[in-house]
Write a protein that binds this ligand. Structure first.
Ligand SMILES: Nc1ncnc2c1ncn2[C@@H]1O[C@H](COP(=O)(O)OP(=O)(O)O)[C@@H](O)[C@H]1O
Ligand SMILES: [Mg+2]
Length: 497
């Protein structure tokens, strides 16, 4: 019997929302900001606050709502130029009468500020603007100096004045992360939401993060979301699809591990002598995995992973599967060449196209980007099998281990949910080390493929035959099967005369 998780969570009556235009954020916020909300956007310089606020205002223009951007820090020309580079044409919005830019960079004293704010209120009322951005209230604080006065101004204009007219406001604060945002209780009393933009350096690369500190109307359980600034999308939030429940495996659709791993005619041989072959073959009857299983394959570093990769890929192709290969250590070309060779040995299925191969150097990406990349490749190619080559290589990318395990686990659950069976090749020196890896328990099954160099010498008639043994750790059985990779067969086919 299954229990509906949602039973433990009571949905609220949702307010009418204003989409921020930031897709992922609107999803988390159940549609966007409530109409009339005051949103505080805080963060250090360069974290993307102006860009974020501009995106919110621009969404108004796209939806035919009038918007105003009051800027105390940036001259009109700079703002327009910067936003044009990000794909937001505010001049066009202005021509349509949907946007007003108020440049207030020369305001120096309190009187001028009051006049400016009065102008803002007048313009909002005249144009019936529905979205306003203030960049920034920190600049206002520098002019007024008395925090209680600023608080009073903010309260009067944005809460008492704009809210009843359903004007949604974004207030920017130039404040470092961790500091009390405005320091004078503004966040507690006035605003409906507090967002903090931060950036971290991850191996010298910027990783921007949005933290939702407060959002009165939405139940938030995850608070930090990595994002990127990108022309077109502007604020691109990574929202991993997180299945709340662990999806069940479908045992009515299974894959034979023996067929996948070594019953490939001419390429890999099961067992060494006749007796062993029979014994191993009988074990194979038990070695079936449900579709959607996630399998970790530890490979001894002396065996080149493309050999294992092409063997698995070609047998799965013969079984009619659609394969996506993501490699973190081999080029698409070397994988494609190797695959072509093994297909020539085993006999290529005519109707099947070659697997899609995505090859990336993991060190130029952050972990979130890598997991994103795999997920979007799955969405794009819709494979039935995912083959990951060099899983160990992405571990170096994220130093915070808990984060890495959580992301990997999420990827496994997502693949399972989509019914994609995963094989993850991991180069590791011994089966003992494979068993001790913290990631191993996350998989349904682990296999270790070990080379046995002794045999290379023993089989003189086939000097390149590589005797290996394969150990399978199944929840119910642990078997060790001798296997011979006939690398020379492969090499004969691959050597061009
Ligand atoms: N086309 C772009 N692609 C990627 N990043 C950009 C682009 N244009 C600007 N940025 C980044 O956006 C940042 C500026 O964001 P901004 O919204 O002005 O920050 P803040 O208002 O918090 O100071 C810059 O640091 C820059 O790195
Ligand atoms: Mg700014």
């Amino acid at each position: 019997m299954s229990i509906d998780v949602r039973r433990f969570y009571t949905p609220k009556v949702l307010p009418e929302t204003v989409p921020s235009g930031i897709e992922g954020l609107d999803k988390i916020l159940l549609g966007g900001f409530p109409r009339g909300a005051v949103v505080l956007l805080a963060g250090n310089p360069g974290t993307g606050k102006s860009t974020f606020a501009a995106r919110f205002v621009y969404e108004g223009c796209r939806r035919g709502e009038r918007s105003i951007y009051l800027n105390f820090v940036e001259p009109r020309r700079d703002f327009y130029d910067h936003m044009t580079m990000l794909g937001m044409d505010f001049e066009e919005c202005e021509r349509k009468g949907l946007f007003h830019y108020m440049e207030a960079v020369t305001i120096a004293d309190e009187d001028a500020l009051i006049t400016q704010l009065e102008d803002l209120v007048k313009l909002v009322m005249e144009t019936k603007a529905k979205r306003v951005a203030i960049d920034s209230i920190t600049a206002m604080l520098q002019i007024v100096k008395v925090p209680s006065r600023v608080r009073e101004l903010l309260q009067n204009i944005f809460v008492n004045g704009f809210k009843p007219h359903q004007v949604t406001t974004v207030l920017i604060a130039e404040h470092p992360y961790g500091a009390k945002v405005v320091g004078y209780g503004i966040e507690e009393f006035i605003v409906d939401a507090v967002f903090i933009l931060k950036y971290r350096l991850s191996r010298g690369k910027i990783q921007r993060v949005l933290e939702i500190r407060k959002a009165r109307w939405a139940p938030i359980h995850q608070a930090e979301f990595p994002f990127r600034i990108k022309p077109g999308i502007v604020i691109d939030i990574s929202l991993p699809e997180e299945p709340e429940e662990i999806p069940p495996l479908d045992y009515s659709r299974t894959i034979s591990l023996c067929d996948t791993l070594f019953r490939v005619h001419g390429l890999v041989e099961l067992g060494i002598g006749a007796k062993e072959i029979t014994r191993a073959a009988s074990i194979c009857d038990y070695l079936h995995i449900a579709k959607g299983s996630q399998v970790l394959i530890g490979v001894s570093p002396v065996i080149h992973s493309t050999l294992v990769l092409s063997t698995i890929a070609s047998s799965l192709m013969l079984m009619g599967e659609d394969i996506l290969i993501v490699s973190f250590k081999n080029s698409s070309k070397s994988i494609a060449d190797m695959l072509e060779c093994s297909l020539r040995v085993v006999g290529s299925p005519d109707e099947k196209p070659l697997p899609n191969v995505v090859s990336v150097n993991p060190t130029v990406y952050t972990l979130v980007e890598l997991i994103d990349l795999i997920s979007s490749a799955i969405d794009q190619f819709k494979p039935s099998i995912l083959l990951v080559d060099g899983l160990e290589a992405i571990e170096v990318v994220e130093t915070r281990k808990e984060r890495y395990y959580a992301s990997l686990y999420n990827l496994l659950v997502r693949s399972k949910k989509k019914g994609v069976t995963g094989f993850y090749l991991y180069s590791v020196p011994s089966r003992v080390q494979l068993k001790e890896l913290p990631v191993t328990p996350l998989f349904e099954l682990s296999i270790y493929i070990e080379a046995n160099p002794r045999s290379i010498v023993e089989y003189e008639y086939e000097p390149l035959g590589l005797e290996t043994s394969m150990e399978v750790y199944h929840p119910l059985i642990h078997v060790k099967i001798p296997v011979r990779f006939r690398t020379n067969n492969l090499l004969q086919f691959c050597t061009r005369v």
